[in-house]
Design a protein around this ligand. Sequence first.
Ligand code: SF4
Ligand code: SF4
Length: 77
Amino acid sequence: MKNKSIKGNEVDHGKLIINADWCKGCGICTAFCPTKAIELKNEKVTVVDIDKCTQCGLCELRCPDYAIYVGRKKNEQ
Ligand code: SF4
Ligand code: SF4
């Protein structure tokens, strides 16, 4: 389910989970995202087009604040 709130400001976008409380808007994840599925808006990371996300994990790997991470993959239960 898209945009399902998990806890606090953590939002499940399906492929991707973002915790806006922890995002400081540094833009590292958006700079590394190879498909431009995410961008900064009002100094917070936001999903532009979740269909573009390949779940490559670069945003999760590069975020210094653990504010973005890849959700459950299709081949996982
Ligand atoms: S997992 Fe990869 S494709 Fe998806 S938003 Fe993060 S960097 Fe972009
Ligand atoms: S790298 Fe992390 S803290 Fe920086 S904009 Fe992305 S989600 Fe926010």
